[in-house]
Design a protein around this ligand. Structure first.
Ligand SMILES: CC1=C(CCC(=O)O)c2cc3nc(cc4[nH]c(cc5[nH]c(cc1n2)c(C)c5CCC(=O)O)c(CCC(=O)O)c4C)C(CCC(=O)O)=C3C
Ligand SMILES: [Fe+2]
Length: 341
């Protein structure tokens, strides 16, 4: 297939204190997230001066990707649009239309399937295209990359480095963590359901294997939002820290496989909140890094583009079946948080 642009699609994040509340309102519009949760999350952002690292990461990643494309003679201009904070998707689609782009590939910064990590990005892309009208390019989303070596290997190296600092490996546990979602949303993720959970679990196993570690590990979930009585994927990382401390575990190494780079969820929910929980329990806490700007991750995007443009081989380490998220047959439009399916 011929494409004439790459669009990087991300979540967006505030870049100053006055951005925080308007950003949070964009994220949660129509989602049934309680007001107390918003005030609480706003404080997490204010703690860091109202600045999420996500937009700056996108800028640096695009710079690196432009270099990668130039070196490998990939002749595609790169555009950038976010779901929740400028630069917004609609501006990016407008710009592409003005530049005469007819067909674009979209790389989203989430590796996994599910309504929140995939379908919602597709819905926002179609809304942006509809707003731009007839001159908007066709946009195809690149496949889920949860098991691509350019995603798995940076996590593995960073996990190995973090684990090397543990002084009592006999009583250590690896915790792989990803953003929780409502259980009802997970149940309908992917063509056969539960694929969000299963992709995260496959990534976790691949990362541990690639790190060459035989420490025991668990998969845990973080950053639950929505009403307190709504059922989300668990165990929550903080609850699980209590459970394993009671079993006699004395050190944890936390690998945030749910995140391509250090978002606010990593800086606050892990490095402040979970770390404090661990310390209160007397557990030594080590946090492994995210891929971030690892050159292998930059190369991964070029390779994912080559799969679509040149029919290059599909590089992957896992066995879960892939599916085409551009079809309508997976991750149906959702009901409000907490409503189950
Ligand atoms: C699966 C998933 C990912 C991973 C996939 C992906 O990367 O997209 C993700 C990423 C992110 N989530 C982010 C921020 C937020 N998510 C919220 C709320 C929610 N997330 C959900 C799910 C996910 N979220 C859900 C089901 C909700 C409930 C509301 C709803 O049903 O939509 C809220 C509202 C307040 C709160 O309750 O936390 C905020 C502020 C940021 C930016 C961080 C930064 O600024 O650095 C990023 C990358
Ligand atoms: Fe989120």
């Amino acid at each position: 297939m011929n494409y004439d642009a790459l669009l990087l699609v991300s979540f967006g994040g505030p870049e100053s204190a006055s951005d925080v509340l308007p950003f949070l309102r964009n994220v949660t519009r129509g989602r049934g997230v309680p007001e107390e949760r918003l005030t609480e999350v706003a404080e997490h952002y204010y703690h860091f001066g109202g600045v999420s690292p996500i937009n700056e990461w996108c800028r640096s990643f695009i710079d690196a990707l432009r270099g990668e494309f130039a070196t490998h003679r990939v002749n595609l201009p790169i555009y950038w649009g976010n779901r929740n904070w400028p630069p917004m998707l609609v501006e990016a689609v407008q710009q592409m239309a003005g530049d005469g782009v007819k067909r674009a590939l979209a790389f989203t910064t989430s590796a996994y399937g599910s309504y929140s990590s995939c379908r919602q990005y597709l819905e926002d892309l179609s809304a942006a295209r509809a707003a731009v009208g007839g001159s908007a390019p066709v946009i195809d989303k690149i496949r889920h990359f949860f098991d691509h070596p350019g995603f798995v290997q940076p996590f593995a190296d960073k996990l190995r480095t973090a684990a090397a600092a543990i002084d009592d490996p006999a009583n250590a546990r690896i915790l792989f963590t990803a953003h929780s979602i409502p259980v009802g949303m997970n149940d309908v993720s992917g063509p056969e359901g539960a694929r969000y959970h299963d992709q995260v679990a496959e990534t976790a196993a691949l990362v541990r294997q690639a790190a060459g570690l035989d420490l025991p590990y668990d998969i845990v979930w973080q950053s639950k939002s929505g009403p307190a009585d709504s059922v989300w994927l668990g165990p929550d990382i903080n609850d699980h820290l209590k459970a394993i401390a009671a079993e006699g575990v004395s050190s944890v190494v936390v690998s945030p496989v749910g995140f391509l780079s250090d978002h606010m969820e990593v800086l606050w929910d892990l490095d402040i909140e979970a770390k404090q929980t661990a310390e209160e329990l007397g557990l030594s806490y080590y946090r492994a890094g995210t891929p971030g700007l690892d050159p292998r991750t930059v190369t991964m995007v070029r390779e994912l583009v080559a799969e679509r443009v040149d029919g290059a081989p599909v590089k992957r380490l896992g066995k879960l079946p892939l599916w085409n998220p551009n079809d309508d047959g997976c991750c149906p439009a959702r009901r409000p948080v907490g409503m189950g399916r």
